[in-house]
Design a binder for this molecule. Structure first.
Ligand SMILES: Cc1ncc(COP(=O)(O)O)c(C=O)c1O
Length: 391
């Protein structure tokens, strides 16, 4: 009946039993039953319908986590969504579910740096090899495929450099070679891109960011298709990677306004991008400049853009870049993003340092801005005054 997701988010999960608009937090380690017969019946139901929200122990969730999973499954247009205590927990769960010793992973070169550490370094100790491909040259992906390749791991856009890739082409390469696919879709969220519909087997979102939207909770979601569901379900059980009910409640509450906030992040970011694009020292790492490869790849797959952008600043004077960043008054300094407030980070320690396909000269500096929900004119005025320090 309800066609628009915007309306669905406002009306779903009302609790007429408790007469509260938002469903209550149900905290439980022991799930209590009236009889052993009742336990057995629930277990039978869980076996018959493993996505049906039948649980006999708190590690499997409670009604609070199940409600969030149901909402996210609809938002993702997926078979099921698993929820984890952090976004990185979902990255781990996706990979751990499908790769085994002897397998190989092909990952996008600009993946989030902990994802790189996990694949390149940690999994190597378990005889799992990772090869990285150039996000703008998919021949490097095709050439890396071997009989052992089990998973292609994409992050779109790439962390910090915001490279947009040809997702459809990646999926067709994977399907042709019978390789599973996962994507980190934290930047766009399924509000702007639905990876499972596009053909990915798994899609990760750090719920810490836009889902929660208020910088006060951590969580992750892993959407899956039917093909990988059972494998992820088993891995979830073995690892115990499960979101707690208090965090699930906050994320569900955040989701009520996901569309409103993301629309505003997008409008604000567009205005700031228009302002920054006039500065000759700055190359904008955001889908703004029409006809650029990144813009075309974004336009092909996304219905909108979020508030996270990069600036590649050309300057022989790193102190002036530091001064620019430190002079911002309305941008907080700190990790994470996706909350209501603006944030800035100077990537001075080159978190991108281990990359194979990134040529950043010593006179190019990366700054990341998260454009929040403030009045965009105030943000532009703030950036303008700080830019006076750039030499
Ligand atoms: C693209 C991306 N994926 C995953 C994560 C990990 O999410 P969390 O911090 O919730 O573990 C982050 C965190 O910054 C991220 O930027």
């Amino acid at each position: 009946m309800v066609k628009s997701f915007k309306t669905f988010l406002k009306h779903t999960a009302k609790d007429f039993h408790n007469q509260s608009v938002n469903p209550p937090v149900v905290r439980a380690s022991t799930i209590i039953f009236k009889s052993m017969k009742h336990i057995r019946n629930t277990q039978k139901k869980a076996q018959k319908n493993p996505i049906g929200g039948h649980y006999d122990y708190g590690r499997q969730g409670t009604s609070t986590t199940y409600i969030l999973q149901k909402i996210l499954t609809k938002l993702e247009d997926s078979y099921h969504v698993f929820t984890t205590p952090t976004g990185f927990g979902s990255v781990f769960l996706a990979i751990f579910s499908v790769v085994r010793p002897g397998d190989e992973i092909i990952a996008a070169d600009p993946v989030y740096s902990p994802t790189r550490l996990l694949t390149q370094d940690f999994l190597k100790e378990f005889k799992i090899k990772t090869i990285f491909y150039n996000p703008h040259d998919l021949k490097t992906l095709e050439q890396s495929i071997t009989k052992k390749t089990k998973l292609i791991f994409v992050e779109n856009p790439g962390s910090n450099t915001f490279d947009f890739q040809d997702l459809g082409k990646i999926i067709s390469i994977a399907k042709k070679n019978k390789i599973l696919t996962a994507i980190d879709n934290t930047w766009g969220t399924p509000y702007y891109l639905k990876p499972i519909k596009l053909g990915f087997d798994m899609s990760i979102v750090s719920a810490t960011k836009y889902y929660s939207g208020h910088s006060d909770v951590m969580g992750g979601s892993l959407a899956v298709n039917k093909k990988v569901f059972q494998k992820v379900k088993e891995a979830e059980k073995i690892t115990g990677l499960r979101l707690g009910p208090d965090d699930a409640y906050l994320i569900t509450r955040g989701l009520r306004t996901l569309d409103v906030r993301l629309d505003r992040h997008r409008e604000n970011a567009k205005k700031i991008a228009a302002f920054l694009s006039k500065n000759k020292k700055i190359k904008l790492l955001y889908p703004f400049k029409k006809n650029s490869l990144n813009f075309r790849m974004w336009k092909k797959y996304y219905s909108g853009a979020s508030g996270l952008m990069g600036l590649k600043i050309k300057s022989k004077n790193i102190n002036s870049v530091r001064k620019f960043v430190n002079s911002l008054k309305l941008f907080g300094y700190g990790y994470s993003w996706g909350g209501f407030e603006s944030l800035a980070l100077h990537q001075e320690f080159r978190e991108t340092g281990k990359r194979k396909f990134m040529n950043l000269s010593k006179d190019e500096h990366l700054v990341r801005l998260h454009i929040g929900l403030e009045d965009p004119n105030d943000l532009i005025a703030d950036i303008k005054q700080a830019l006076r320090h750039l030499r």
